[in-house]
Ligand binder design. Structure first.
Ligand code: NAI
Length: 340
């Protein structure tokens, strides 16, 4: 998709972080922008921020909806057609939440919340919107679906189970849509950021009441630590510009850099880890050791920076606590994995 001016854009999670950055960038590109989000106050603030950013108030529509709920998503989609006269030419599904803890301590609530927002809402949007987009624009006008996934789609750690599973599924969905939409003149892109300067660390504060039975240790301190980490992330407007460039160039996977090869070393290492699962434990250990040694040499040689190790990601800030631990009262969890 190359022409944005005068077209319609729908952004989920558009009240904050990456989604708000996307609203600024695609709004500035002349699109009529709907931001759909579960938090009314954040939406109200976002509208003012967008107007201050130079986007015309009449080109902004804010809709409060829990997009994991299919009826609420459908009602939002109907509202967009009523106000802007058609379905979006560009659907960007960016709403997301995260929660960290040992996967073996996870509850159904942990899975339902994280996978509900990170995966189910994406499915809802695709099933509700894609038929409408094909009917309105297929073979006639450019249209595109994009989703904000994560680097977590390529790597699963022991404390990111539901999130990594959801994001990996989202990537695969977008690869399917990229092929499926071609005959209609449509396209698909999946954005895979590393760390974003956003409010995702605060997400636990609005976890729905009926999904609050978590197996993880969550506190003001863990939220503080997460906020400190995300404060070091990429600027959401910069990230949205990278996404726009990716969409314009027909990229299916967009990495969080203007030079995607900057991430190639890390992606190769991740794929190698997956390939290594086919080896015996002893062979795998041997290879892992050799890989570490190789990396140490490469970093010591201080090349062109492309394969340089990421800067130290984070330290526990004052008043912060480590995250990724299980609740202290879960007796059977390994003592090193739970809040003491
Ligand atoms: P954010 O918290 O600033 O924005 C996410 C928005 O999603 C919030 O405004 C929130 O209200 C909304 N949302 C949550 N549940 C919703 C629901 N049920 N219905 C409608 N809206 C809902 O966080 P951020 O970081 O901007 O997140 C955007 C996307 O980027 C997410 O998909 C996240 O997984 C992804 N991501 C974030 C990274 C980071 O470091 N912050 C790294 C990689 C990916």
């Amino acid at each position: 998709m190359k022409n944005f001016a005068g077209k319609i854009c729908f952004i989920t999670g558009g009240a904050s972080g990456a989604g708000l950055g996307q609203a600024k960038v695609f709004g500035k590109a002349g699109m009529k922008v709907t931001i759909a989000d579960v938090r009314q106050e954040a939406l109200d603030n976002a509208v003012e921020e967008l107007v201050e950013y130079g986007i015309k108030r009449e080109d902004i529509l804010a809709i409060r909806a829990d997009l994991t709920n299919r009826d609420e998503y459908k009602a939002a989609a109907d509202k967009v057609e009523e106000v802007f006269g058609g379905p979006p030419h560009l659907l960007i599904q960016t709403a997301g939440v995260n929660s960290f803890g040992p996967i073996e301590a996870s509850t159904f609530d942990d899975f339902d919340w994280v996978m509900g927002v990170c995966l189910d809402h994406v499915v809802n949007g695709l099933l509700i919107y894609v038929p409408r987009m094909i009917k309105a624009y297929g073979h006639k006008e450019e249209f595109h679906v994009a989703t904000t996934s994560s680097m977590g789609a390529f790597m699963a750690g022991p404390t990111t189970g539901p999130y990594s599973a959801a994001k990996a599924a989202v990537n695969n969905l977008m690869y399917s849509y990229a092929e499926a939409l071609k005959p209609y003149g449509g396209g698909a892109t999946v954005l895979c950021p590393g760390n974003i300067r956003s409010n995702i660390g605060e997400a636990e504060k609005y976890r729905p009441e009926h999904l609050r039975n978590t197996g993880y240790h969550i506190s003001e301190g863990t939220i503080k630590t997460l906020n400190a980490i995300h404060a070091q992330g990429i600027d959401p407007v910069e990230l949205a510009e990278i996404l726009k460039e990716g969409i314009e160039n027909g990229r299916i996977v967009v990495l969080p850099s203007r030079d995607p090869s900057a991430w190639a070393g890390q992606l190769r290492a991740q794929h190698q880890i997956i390939e290594d699962y086919t080896l015996t434990a002893a062979e795998r250990e041997e290879k892992a050791k050799a890989r570490m040694e190789e990396m140490r040499k490469r970093f010591a040689a201080a090349g062109d920076g492309k394969d340089a190790p990421p800067p130290p990601m984070w330290e526990i800030p004052e008043g912060g606590e480590p995250f990724g631990l299980a609740r202290a009262d879960i007796e059977w969890v390994d003592p090193n994995k739970k809040k003491k």
